[in-house]
Design a protein around this ligand. Structure first.
Ligand code: FAD
Length: 318
């Protein structure tokens, strides 16, 4: 079932969902199941599975020289989506990236999704690789998420890349896209970023999931501005509980988001990461309660591979 249909069916009730990341290659899917199992009691109608960006790895050639190869450290997104869907009877949302994929490869991936009964996808550009300053378009791929949305929307109308015959079956993807309450790091202003978001919706995006934020006012202002810009699809807030002291530096640095002073002070006072985790859970519960009261369609949690804190939060709310 489509994410938007789940929202309609809930009839104003806030739903619970979360995002997981595939295990590093060579590891077992059981790791994921161990993190998903404790969250299933909160009835998530859908679970997102991220796609890792490409990275350079350096391989020792044995003669003191290093060979450089491009690889994805956590592949298997679509396979994991199919496995989870089958095991838990829940809808899954693979994240589909522009970065590292040609348009043909994307089409094949979407055809796989269609055959596997996966009807939701998150269309994302992806970040630059760690050695790059800016995102570089893959040869034969897309530069922006909006182009990927158009490609997916084309499949929904039966238009494949190199049409050889009239498509008998159209796909019916429900398309999610990313939104940034504190603007995307490369955007010159929030208003410009909102115009880009509107373009993604105009191209066929059905709903928006936001980047993490720690001050609900930023989310509420974002939703107001998005509506004023003509964005009328559901906007789902993304929530990340702080779990370790290092997040104080890491989250603003990587995601270009602000942390409220009160939260910083609370975390700095903590003696160890066990105490930080408790602060993170409490903060996320307060955020979630307010958002739920405001009637958000879904509360979507970034698990980053750990479910114990998400369980502690969800058990207070769902
Ligand atoms: P876009 O919408 O393409 O925007 C990127 C930048 O380009 C923005 O600054 C925008 O304002 C600008 N822009 C857009 N269109 C134009 C245009 N026509 N001309 C000029 N500028 C333009 N990353 C992963 O690698 N894997 C994941 O699984 C993943 N999941 C995510 C899930 C969520 C909910 C979110 C919020 C982010 C996720 N990301 C993931 C990170 C995401 O890939 C990065 O934030 C990336 O830098 C931007 O992706 P986007 O889809 O928002 O890009």
């Amino acid at each position: 079932m489509k994410v938007t249909d789940h929202i309609k069916k809930a009839n104003g009730k806030t739903l619970f969902s979360f995002e997981i990341i595939p295990p590093q290659k060579g590891r077992n899917i059981q790791e994921l199941y161990n993190n998903i199992d404790p969250l299933m009691e909160f009835n998530p109608p859908f679970i997102d599975v991220t796609t890792s960006r490409e990275e350079y790895v350096y391989i020792d050639k044995g003669d003191g020289l290093l060979d450089r190869k491009v690889t994805r450290m956590r592949p298997g997104t679509v396979g994991i989506c199919a496995a989870i869907k089958h095991k838990y009877n829940v809808d899954t949302v693979p994240h589909v990236l522009c970065g590292g994929f040609t348009k043909e490869e994307t089409e094949y991936l979407l055809v796989d999704c269609h055959y596997l009964g996966i009807h939701n996808v998150m269309a994302l550009r992806g970040d630059a690789m760690s050695h790059q300053k800016y995102f570089e378009c893959t040869e034969g791929g897309h530069q922006y998420a909006v182009d990927l949305v158009s490609q997916i929307q084309n499949l929904n109308t039966g238009k494949y890349l190199h049409d050889v015959m009239e498509a008998e079956h159209k796909s019916e993807f429900c398309i999610g896209v990313a939104g940034y309450p504190e603007k995307h790091m490369e955007a010159p202003s929030l208003n410009t970023d909102l115009k880009r978001l509107k373009a993604k919706v105009d191209a066929g995006a059905d709903y928006v999931v936001t980047q993490m934020f720690f001050d609900n006012n930023k989310f509420f202002e974002f939703v107001d501005k998005a509506k004023a810009a003509g964005i009328n699809v559901p906007i789902i807030p993304g929530i990340k509980p702080i779990a370790v002291k290092r997040h104080l530096q890491l989250l603003p640095q990587v995601f270009k988001i602000d942390l409220p002073e009160t939260l910083i002070n609370e975390v700095e006072k903590c003696k160890d990461n066990k105490a930080v985790r408790e602060v993170g859970i409490e903060w996320a519960i307060k955020q979630s309660e307010e958002l739920k009261k405001a009637g958000v369609p879904v509360l979507h949690y970034y698990s980053m591979g750990k479910s114990d804190n998400i369980k502690a939060i969800a058990s207070q709310l769902f």
